[in-house]
Design a protein around this ligand. Sequence first.
Ligand SMILES: Cc1cc2nc3c(=O)[nH]c(=O)nc-3n(C[C@H](O)[C@H](O)[C@H](O)COP(=O)(O)OP(=O)(O)OC[C@H]3O[C@@H](n4cnc5c(N)ncnc54)[C@H](O)[C@@H]3O)c2cc1C
Length: 383
Amino acid sequence: MNTVVHSTHSRASGRDDFAVVGGGLCGRLVAWLLAGAGRRVALYDRGDAAGTQSAAWVAAAMLAPLAEAASAELLITELGAASLERWPGFIADMPEPVFFQRHGTLVVWHAGDRAEAPLFERRLRANAPSELFQDGFVKLSGAQVTAAEPALGTRFPQGWLLPNEGQLDNRQVLTALAAGLAERNVDLHWNTSVDTPPDARFVIDCRGLGGKPAWPALRGVRGEVARVHAPGIGLTRPVRLLHPRYPLYIAPKQDDLYVIGATEVEGEDMSPVTVRSALELLSAAFAVHPGFGEARILELNSQCRPTLPDHRPAIVWDGARTLRVNGLYRHGYMIAPEVADSARALAEALLGGVISDPDSFDDWRRQARWSALLRCEHAAPVL
Ligand SMILES: Cc1cc2nc3c(=O)[nH]c(=O)nc-3n(C[C@H](O)[C@H](O)[C@H](O)COP(=O)(O)OP(=O)(O)OC[C@H]3O[C@@H](n4cnc5c(N)ncnc54)[C@H](O)[C@@H]3O)c2cc1C
């Protein structure tokens, strides 16, 4: 059921409660949640309503907290697990349909790369909460891999099914949120680059890597993906291939569309995909299923993941009227519901005067579920 919450203020009078700058994934969600709570919100993005300027446009949008534990710490996997539970409710409240699937991730490796498997499993067990393993990690024989994903035939001698993981269609989320923002009466400024704070009671900076001028520690981590149309292959869930040089995933979306990704290269290079990366991505897909040899390449895309030094997201209050939400790195879709809702809650506490100085911020922070994400620039460091 769709929920429509109109602003408690008329657009004609007074200042906005919040100006959200940057309407990629995070900014759209924060603005949509605040407007849903009855706040008067404006949103500014230098790109279009489709979201083509954002990292969110390029992403594969896998919601894989356990598989990501191979490289992510416990906080990220916990945020991911909690967010995965919230996506269906969020999507139900959006005015347009979004492909969402919770059908698991399949992890496979070729016989020659079997040494990768115990390393990967060890990292998962070190970084993920033990609850995620209960019914969430199933070892498969070759025959069971075939039964789980018949398209793979007998190519893989073993595998793991992580049955609770999910994925969604990133571009449908961006479009549905754009419609949801309009429905919730958010004042939308697409194709508007903002470098000085707009007039509003509070500004929420969600510019992703575009926020670097205000946050020099931010860096970009380049990622490249291929989007291909491959009728007749019929994978039903994301497949991750363990490989010493080309670890990759293939995420099947609707209508025989597959997102094959992703490289991870330090640097803020937004130039087109290199030949080397295209060869690696497409060869690895071909090795998973030779049917990809006949796939049609729809797009080769690159973007940069906005990343902080500790690879964690952060929500920072400047002690005055600006909140910055950033650092979602390679987990934006996986953790966005909890991060955006934490930002929403903090923004509401500022607007309502519950937080007015570093002491009241600290009190508020102590009771917050994801207190590790929250910082006040003027507060003493919290150990
Ligand atoms: C190749 C790749 C694959 C990925 N795969 C996954 C995945 O499978 N699962 C997952 O969970 N995450 C994935 N991600 C990560 C995810 O896309 C990001 O974490 C997420 O998009 C970050 O959201 P954000 O809103 O902070 O930044 P963005 O989505 O980049 O949005 C920032 C917005 O700010 C706007 N902006 C910037 N500067 C200004 C300005 N001066 N004025 C106005 N607007 C401005 C931009 O136009 C943009 O729309 C992937 C990312 C990449 C690059």
